[in-house]
Design a protein around this ligand. Structure first.
Ligand SMILES: *Cc1c(COP(=O)(O)O)cnc(C)c1O
Ligand SMILES: [Zn+2]
Length: 429
């Protein structure tokens, strides 16, 4: 294999070169994987996540120093009676080297995704998420000049801010709900050269998030026995599984997959329900009163209605392969876990990260993990309070405002095309 990496389809077994490919060319319902020529974890002297560039689907790197940081917990570990608790933190925490200024691990995805897109000449990326994902993509756009089209419900626009100006973001707000903006985003991708970010299907997003497992394993010199994370799409959990498999193949970090302990926020817990029913499919009864339930969770980023659950090598397969389990966490438990973390480790958490901490508290109390085992807690977001004190905050201003039922044609389409033409990116149509 001469290439740095190939894509591999677990459905048909075919390998092929990467052309910013999101789906198997033969149409398999499977998540493509990267297979790297370098079988050992080799570190490079580069900033942030690009330390792990050998296992990222990019050739070059960005000059952004925002990667995961791992440390051994003392106070929280003592509180929970655990002897080997590693925290891997993604967010803003300068004392520990945490420099993700939009405060979540979505920056781990945005960096390699935008770079891969640029290297493949695939065009301009379109993002429809309203929360941490969109903020991370806007931030990396601001830091690199990479153009990004973001479509969000008008009501969510105030959650979009960056800590540097982001003049290359085309923000479109849709007067409607989340699915209206996803639908509109899909329309925008009908312009040649505008490509969807692809969610879990995007290997750059997964391998970017996989650096959490790499960082933790390097820190402790071995794979953890158990891995705790709050999941919305489950992309981060799939990424952790894939990274662990690479580390096992490396040979120096152990030979057992970490058990995945994945948590969701009540009352919206579709993956927990499907798991408990032993189902590979998420069905309507796993999401009763979806809209009402979604409105009631404290961690909105965990409310994905279409996670890559049953797809081959998706979340379900990751749980089965690792002998994992799932947790449903109430808002109250998440809040008190967030307080416990702030008191013991001295940083504020994203509500989703607090859900993961709550699942760890429960696992420790109920003996679902043993006091001696090596545990990795993926703190997927935090440091908002610190960031608000230290950093500038630039709201992302809308370029276009559209009605929910507005067709993407005529002036509207022309306006987006004009914006893209101004970006001067080479587009391979
Ligand atoms: C997105 C997000 C999650 C969930 O990650 P998935 O990969 O969607 O499962 C957890 N915590 C935070 C802070 C997030 O932003
Ligand atoms: Zn295939």
């Amino acid at each position: 294999m001469r290439e740095k990496y190939l894509l591999h389809c677990p459905g048909c077994g075919r390998p092929f070169p990467d052309r910013y490919t999101l789906d198997c060319p033969s149409g398999c319902d499977a998540l493509l994987r990267t297979v790297y020529a370098e079988r050992r974890l080799v570190l490079r002297d580069l900033p942030g996540i690009f330390r792990y560039i050998e296992w990222l689907p990019v050739e070059g790197h960005l000059r952004i120093d925002a990667g995961p940081v791992s440390y051994g917990s003392v106070a929280l570990a003592r509180e929970l009676g655990l002897s080997h608790l590693t925290v891997t933190f993604s967010g803003y925490w300068p004392e520990r080297g945490g420099r993700m200024e939009t405060c979540s691990f979505k920056e781990l995805e945005a960096q390699p995704t935008l770079l891969r897109l640029r290297e493949k000449g695939a065009g301009v990326i379109q993002v429809s998420s309203a929360g941490n994902t969109a903020r991370a993509f806007c931030q990396v756009s601001g830091l690199t000049g990479a153009p990004v089209v973001v479509v969000v419900p008008a009501s969510a626009a105030d959650r979009l801010w960056t800590t540097v100006p982001s003049p290359n973001v085309c923000l479109i707000t849709v007067d409607g709900d989340y699915s209206d903006s996803i639908g509109f985003g899909r329309e925008v991708c009908s312009i040649p050269g505008v490509v969807p970010e692809g969610g879990a299907k995007n290997v750059a997003r997964r391998d970017g998030m996989g650096t959490v497992m790499l960082d933790a394993a390097l820190f402790s010199g071995r794979l953890p026995d158990s891995y705790f994370q709050a999941v919305g799409s489950g992309t981060g959990a799939i990424a952790a599984w894939e990274a662990a498999e690479r580390l096992i193949a490396d040979g120096r970090f152990g030979s057992r997959l970490p058990e995945l302990h994945l948590s969701q926020n009540l009352p919206f817990v579709p993956m927990v329900r499907a798991w408990e029913a032993g189902r590979r499919e998420i069905v309507a009864e796993d999401m009763p009163d979806a809209e009402v339930s979604i409105a009631r969770v404290s961690a909105g980023v965990l409310t994905n209605r279409h996670p890559p659950w049953g797809v081959r090598d998706g979340v379900y397969d990751a749980l089965v392969a690792s002998g994992g389990r799932m947790y449903a966490v109430s808002n109250d438990d998440a809040r008190s876990a967030g307080r416990l973390f702030a008191d013991t480790e001295e940083i504020d958490l994203d509500p989703a990260a607090a859900v993961a901490v709550a699942s760890l508290v429960r696992a420790a109390e109920e003996g679902l993990v043993s006091p001696e085992e090596h545990i990795l807690l993926n703190v997927t977001g935090g440091g908002y309070e610190r960031a608000a004190e230290d950093l500038d905050r630039y709201p992302v201003e809308p370029y276009l405002r559209v009605r929910a039922d507005e067709a993407f044609e005529g002036d509207l389409r022309d306006a987006v095309r004009a914006w893209i033409a101004e970006q001067g990116v080479a587009i391979r149509a």
